[in-house]
Design a protein around this ligand. Structure first.
Ligand code: ADP
Length: 541
């Protein structure tokens, strides 16, 4: 061919240099050649990096017929009844010459792809295409992808029988002389390089187009000749859609992004994972710490509950002790006072005046002791004997207290005023009677001898719920610095025999009862300036 061109175009000597793909890529880039002849898929890739113009398409002889295009063949053994249609291919083992091969891989994959079928598992066996056909015949593969003419060529050389193989997805051939399974694409392009002079391009094109059929050059090359260039855009389109076109693609999706930015993505994902792991560790630590705190809180609460239970137990035991002790103390007291009386009776007139006085002290002591014990018993009984009940009429409670005090009232000439109706509420009625009786009794007891006692009882509803009871007297009053002391047990402001005597327990009992009814009791000076004013609240229950 080089000789033919050298002869046809004066002034130029043509030389053919065979090269492998990487060397050819470099040579084209460096502008070392005027014309390049390579396969269509390599041309598409080359054109992408250095401008090349396809000026001719080669016309080989296919079974003796000149053709300027070729296609792909999908082959299986003719006895494979399980593989008859394109749809059967994806589930089977496929042999093909190489990943980049247009006629021996890409055309078939494109055919499957555009019919919505998945790509099969393919083993690439390398060149020549015959190897893939052999693999199908000897059972190492179920299907082979080869270019058109391979089967006919092998049959012509007697290496296979065409009846042993069948072509899947066979296309209507028209005037194409060989069996095929895909569309047809233009044969190898003959290209001019970017800097090749136009006149030379024109001369070479003309010379090759007018190459006489049967010339020594075409015979030597094993071709029929050249035709005007075919449509290589169709090849480029297939390569774009199958994503075998490095650096360019028609559309991209997540897979392409992952493919291109794999390193960055792996880095970012690793970072995210590390951050997530750190966050998880942090959460675990925080969680543990709060679990620890919760545990501590729970055990503190449990300890508190234990202490409360222990305190309640001790309290019950103490009350029990006070009750039993005071109860049992009265027994020997009774003995003392009975024997004092017996002694007085049997000695009678033999007793001197002094001795009578001593015996009187003995009996008075025993009596006072008995009173103290009775009051202590009452104190220890508060809350132990009686439960609160609903709807107790305080007016009735007050009436019982007044009834119990009737003698004292009469003797003192006390005037007691109270509203005709008092609230009904939830309380322990006997305990509330005791409160009224103690406070009213004190108001009579601690009255000023110069005036008859006047006592006023009032009740007001509290706006936050509950009641406030006020008992005012015109008695001797309580100094402001003693108002708290009077509620303490055994605390009296006077000599033990003054104002009819007393044990100093009454107001302590009142305080205990009121507090157990969610209330409060206190004493103030009467605003009139004379006497005192006892106030207690009864909380809502
Ligand atoms: P007791 O009356 O048995 O002494 P209380 O606990 O009832 O004990 O009262 C304690 C002290 O408070 C009394 O000793 C008295 O000094 C004083 N007190 C109580 N009520 C009045 C009152 N209405 N007016 C003046 N002083 C009072």
């Amino acid at each position: 061919m080089a000789d033919y061109l050298s002869r046809s175009i004066p002034g130029y000597a043509f030389r053919v240099v065979p090269m492998n793909y990487p060397d050819l890529d470099r040579a084209v880039k460096d502008g070392r050649f005027d014309f390049i002849f390579t396969n269509p898929e390599h041309f598409v890739l080359l054109r992408h990096q250095s401008s090349l113009a396809p000026i001719l398409t080669v016309m080989p002889l296919a079974g003796g017929h000149p053709v300027n295009s070729f296609g792909g063949v999908i082959v299986t053994r003719s006895d494979r009844s399980d593989i008859t249609r394109l749809e059967d291919v994806p589930g089977h083992r496929v042999a093909a010459p190489s990943r980049q091969s247009l006629g021996g891989n890409l055309m078939q994959l494109w055919e499957l792809h555009r019919r919505g079928l998945a790509a099969p598992a393919i083993t690439y066996l390398g060149m020549p295409h015959d190897r893939s056909v052999q693999a199908v015949l000897n059972g190492r593969a179920d299907v082979a992808f080869v270019r058109t003419g391979v089967l006919e060529g092998m049959a012509a050389e007697g290496r296979i029988r065409l009846s042993d193989v069948k072509i899947i997805n066979r296309q209507p051939q028209g005037d194409y002389p060989q069996g095929l399974s895909t569309a047809l694409y233009p044969e190898w392009p003959f290209c001019s390089a970017r800097n090749t002079p136009d006149s030379l391009v024109k001369a070479v094109t003309l010379a090759l187009l007018s190459l006489p059929a049967g010339d020594a050059a075409t015979r030597a090359a094993g071709i029929y000749g050249f035709s005007p260039p075919g449509d290589y855009l169709a090849v480029e389109a297939v390569m774009l859609r199958l994503r075998v076109y490095p650096g360019r693609m028609e559309a991209f999706d997540l897979r392409d992004v992952i493919g291109k930015y794999a390193t960055g993505l792996v880095g970012a994902l690793t970072l995210l994972l590390v951050l997530a792991a750190a966050a998880a560790v942090y959460l675990v630590v925080v969680n543990r710490a709060s679990a620890q705190l919760l545990k501590q809180r729970d055990s503190a609460q449990a300890a508190l509950q234990d202490s409360i239970r222990a305190l309640e137990k001790t309290n019950r035991e103490l009350e029990q002790f006070a009750y039993v002790a005071s109860h049992d103390l009265r027994e020997p007291l009774r003995t003392i006072s009975s024997f004092a009386t017996l002694l007085e009776r049997s000695l009678g007139k033999d007793l001197s005046q002094d001795q009578q006085v001593y015996l009187g002290f003995l009996r008075a002591g025993a009596k006072r002791m008995n009173r103290l014990i009775l009051d202590l018993l009452e104190l220890s009984r508060v809350g132990r004997i009686e439960n609160t009940v609903g709807n107790v009429d305080l007016r009735e409670v007050l009436d019982v207290a007044l009834q119990n005090l009737s003698v004292a009232i009469e003797e003192s000439g006390a005037v007691i005023t109270a509203p005709p109706a008092l609230p009904c509420l939830t309380c322990a009625p006997h305990e509330m009677t005791s409160v009224f009786q103690n406070v009213l009794g004190n108001a009579i007891k601690y009255s000023d001898p110069s005036r008859p006692p006047r006592i006023d009882v009032r009740a007001e509803a509290l706006h936050q719920g509950g009641w406030r009871i006020t008992i005012e007297d015109n008695g001797i009053g309580i100094p402001p610095d003693q108002t708290e002391r009077v509620f303490q047990i055994f605390q009296r402001l006077h000599d033990k025999n003054a104002y009819g005597g007393g044990t100093g327990i009454g107001l302590a009992v009142c305080k205990k009862i009121i507090e157990r009814h969610n209330g409060r009791i206190w004493v103030e000076a009467n605003p009139t300036g004379i006497g005192s004013r006892f106030i207690f609240t009864l909380g809502p229950t």
